[in-house]
Design a protein around this ligand. Structure first.
Ligand code: ADP
Length: 321
């Protein structure tokens, strides 16, 4: 290749910058030009891209967010828009693409390469860790640790005032953040969309815990779920059981911040690997991790299957009082 492009799209995640840096430096070191495409797929169709130098990615490994900016670009879901994007890439002499983002971004990447023939390698960038084909995604570890820090503080108040807190963590349709955070914070209960729990069961458990003298303070970690307002409604319903729970929604606090060492290293390794696979003539793949090594995963599998891992949830259940 003479030149490649790199973009970040969808929800931003800590250590996306570390991945950008690794892609840029790996390519430049072997004589390939790199264009940073701004605002995800929006920048592809508006020709908003700039040549990157090694120093343009200096001092970003420790920063959250993404220096390339991110966007949700509805128009990219239409084939004619993707055709226009391919034309613009060709006009700029860009022959391949690294796309960093969640499953939406990877879906777009798959369609784009399938239709245009322009090679694309995806990297899993998502705090939710809900991407099939990888045990770990860029930003997940940071988000988990941010939520743990917040819940440890809430626990102090819960204990001092003997209160029950419902703490909502991010994760849209998936309970990966909630499960990890719940285990790490010693939560009394973890509620995730993969294991729907009826409110009566939650209420009766709390009531029987209180009767058994297990105290009325505690933390219930709730995954945000597909519909907003879930945690507030749950608090209202628990009043029928005599449980007065406080609600704390961690929200976007979990998205930003300086990435953990783990995420910086993961993103750096994935960035290097993405460029190496492009050079080895791979396309239409995502770089996945099994916790020990990185491997290519066909994008069509990544976007076809739903990720589900009941192991950790079972571990969490074993640790309840
Ligand atoms: P994430 O990548 O974090 O899952 P989104 O689901 O918002 O975030 O997707 C990010 C972007 O990827 C969208 O704004 C759109 O440009 C592109 N995208 C998502 N789904 C599709 C699709 N089905 N076809 C083409 N492009 C898509």
């Amino acid at each position: 290749f003479d030149a490649i492009g790199v973009l970040t799209s969808g929800g931003d995640a800590p250590a996306m910058n570390a991945a950008i840096r690794a892609v840029v430096r790996t390519a430049l070191n072997i004589g390939i030009k790199v264009y940073g495409i701004h605002r995800g797929y929006s920048g592809l169709i508006t020709d908003d891209m700039r040549r990157m130098s090694s120093s343009s990615v200096s001092n970003i490994i420790q920063r959250g967010g993404t220096i390339l900016k991110s966007d949700r670009c509805e128009a990219f879901k239409e084939a004619p828009t993707r055709r226009r994007a391919a034309e613009i890439l060709k006009q700029n002499g860009i022959q391949a693409l690294v796309a960093i983002g969640g499953d939406g971004t990877l879906t777009g990447a798959h369609l784009f390469t399938e239709e245009s023939g322009i090679p694309v390698v995806g990297l899993p960038g998502s705090i939710d860790n809900d991407i099939y084909g990888t045990d770990d995604s860029i930003g997940f570890d940071t988000a988990v640790n941010t939520a743990i820090g917040a819940i440890d503080r809430i626990r102090d108040t819960a204990l001092s005032h003997e209160r029950l807190f419902l703490v909502e963590v991010m994760g849209r349709n998936s309970g990966f953040i909630a499960t990890q955070v719940g285990i790490a914070c010693g939560a009394e209960m973890i509620l995730i969309p993969e294991h729907p729990t009826v409110v009566e069961s939650i209420g009766y458990t709390l009531v029987s815990n209180r009767k058994a003298g297990r105290g009325s303070s505690g933390i219930i970690v709730v995954a945000e779920g597909p519909e907003p307002g879930l945690t507030g409604r749950l608090a209202d319903q628990l009043r029928f059981f005599g449980e007065e729970a406080r609600v704390c929604i961690l929200g976007h606090i979990q998205r930003g911040g300086s990435p953990t060492g783990h995420d910086r290293v993961l993103a750096s390794c994935m960035g290097i690997t993405a460029v190496n696979y492009l050079l080895a003539d791979y396309s239409d793949i995502m770089i996945g991790s099994d916790g020990r090594q990185l491997m290519p995963v066909p994008l069509q599998d990544v976007i076809k299957y739903r990720k589900h891992d009941p192991r950790l949830y079972k571990i969490a259940l074993q640790l309840h009082k």
